[in-house]
Ligand binder design. Structure first.
Ligand code: FES
Length: 62
């Protein structure tokens, strides 16, 4: 499923990026990495992206 349509990337790409990280992640860093360095445009993907990153961070903090 696509997370961001403005600078297209999928939830799979987000999860693959997060799997490479050992600690907590920042939403802005994840967006930057998955979008190829682009900035958010409409930001309608942020809610979904935040949920995925929050879930990751809760997992690594546990
Ligand atoms: S859908 Fe991600 S910035 Fe627009």
């Amino acid at each position: 499923m696509y997370v961001c349509l403005c600078n297209p990337f999928s939830d799979r790409q987000v999860r693959e990026h997060l799997e490479k990280k050992s600690g907590a992640a920042r939403v802005a860093d994840v967006y930057h990495a998955c979008s190829g360095g682009e900035k958010p445009n409409c930001c309608s993907c942020m809610k979904t992206l935040k949920e995925i990153v929050k879930s990751h961070n809760n997992t690594v903090a546990a």
